[in-house]
Write a protein that binds this ligand. Structure first.
Ligand code: FAD
Length: 369
């Protein structure tokens, strides 16, 4: 197998796969991920419409893949009060099982894939050496798209790895009767849960919870009964929905700390550059969008028109211009949402001025790309 590439991408999630499709049109690309496809992945599976046109330019038309158009939001507080509104831009309900597989099949047409884990990368003069658990490769530019937290973050001693993160997430697919166009966002003590349909009619329950609230309970089932079910909307869901998997997917150590978009000359994509709070429902679109920004910024360098430093600085600037404000609003919203007094006050305010909710949601999203 070839050992030399223009671009090596660690991570074949949404951002890595999108980058693999874009770069492999003109360059020699290797993408490395330990998983095989298709596979389920932690996610609320609400994909904002802001990237639909862009995906069409990659020959991926999600209208053909899912009929679930999410247009309405039902938001409830820990004490089960609710407020309903239209989702300003709306999005698609599509499982990561299906979406990542679609992108993977497209990327495979021109990029090389290997199932392996990247353990280290070093730059010497103009060349990166990328070490996996079984092999070593070289490239002109190394891209990290390894998601929320990886062994590489540790190796590179990235700042956010110094702090323990108080968040874990749980996801399960169910059979359940609900409107196709609805996203439910329910709060419970120490977290919140999203409920919506995906392309095959299954309903995804995905929630973020603090360790503090979770650790008092033995397992997910106990936590669901003791904590989620205090919200009567979640209680009704859990009573009436039938799980379609034997076990839920769980992940821990989810960090919302600030990260850098470029470190040690490595370009960071998607969650590797910064994770927006899931309640904003925009991380997937941001991951896809970041790959587009990376392509535009790195192309002149790959064509020897500008230096690597210039091209990485262009990426960093564009990333911050595009996403920093959304991440900040996401942090602010999450802070409000998990504080009972602020949430009650906020909800009272919104019930008097309901037109404000779509305006707030809009602030966490960008214009269609
Ligand atoms: C609870 C929760 C709910 C969410 N709900 C939504 C939602 O409804 N809508 C939305 O838009 N966003 C949502 N998000 C955010 C969204 O899931 C992420 O922003 C998105 O998946 C980011 O894509 P990515 O490509 O950066 O990372 P990922 O999709 O996580 O991909 C990272 C890839 O890197 C691979 N990898 C890791 N380490 C290595 C290594 N050392 N070498 C090689 N490969 C490696 C992994 O196997 C993985 O395939 C949610 C997030 C959470 C936590």
């Amino acid at each position: 197998m070839d050992k030399e590439y223009d671009i090596i991408i660690a991570g074949g999630g949404l951002s890595g796969l999108t980058a693999a499709i874009l770069f492999s049109k003109n360059y020699k690309v290797l993408c490395i991920d330990p998983d095989s496809y298709p596979r389920h992945k932690m996610c609320g599976e609400y994909l904002s419409n802001e990237v639909m046109d862009f995906l069409r330019t990659l020959d991926i038309d999600l209208d053909q893949e899912t009929s679930i158009n999410l247009e309405q939001l039902n938001f409830t507080t820990t004490d089960s009060k609710q407020i309903k509104c239209n989702l300003p831009q709306g999005g698609k309900g599509i499982s990561r099982y299906h979406l990542d597989h679609l992108l993977f099949k497209k990327a495979c047409l021109k990029a090389t894939f290997i199932e392996d884990k990247v353990l280290d990368s070093n730059i010497n003069k103009d060349t990166f050496t990328v070490t996996t658990s079984r092999d070593q490769f070289t490239c002109k530019q190394f891209i990290m798209a390894t998601g929320k937290r990886s062994i590489l973050d540790k190796k590179l001693e990235r700042d956010f790895m110094k702090y323990k993160s108080p968040w874990l997430a749980v996801k399960m697919h169910y059979q359940y009767d609900m409107p196709d166009n609805l996203v439910e966002l329910h709060n419970f003590k120490g977290g919140y849960a999203g409920i919506s349909k995906v392309e095959n009619g299954h309903v995804n329950l995905c929630y973020l919870a603090s360790y503090k609230s979770f650790k008092e309970h033995k397992n997910v089932a106990d936590f669901n009964t003791a904590v989620l079910s205090k919200n009567k909307h979640l209680a009704s869901f859990l009573d009436n929905a039938t799980p379609v998997w034997e076990q839920p997917i769980t992940i821990s150590q989810i960090s919302f700390e600030k990260k850098l978009a470029v470190e040690r000359h490595i370009l960071m994509l998607g969650d590797t550059a910064g994770l927006i709070h899931p309640l904003c429902g925009n991380g997937m679109a941001m991951a896809i969008h970041s790959a587009q920004i990376a392509f535009k910024s790195l192309e002149p360098f790959l064509r020897n028109q500008i230096s690597r430093d210039q091209s990485l600085s262009d990426y960093s600037q564009e990333w911050n211009k595009t996403f920093s404000k959304r991440l900040w609003i996401g942090r602010l919203l999450q802070g409000i949402l998990l504080n009972k007094t602020y949430t009650s006050l906020g909800l009272w305010f919104l019930s008097k001025l309901p037109f404000l909710l779509p305006i707030i949601i809009k602030k966490t999203h960008g214009k269609p790309i």
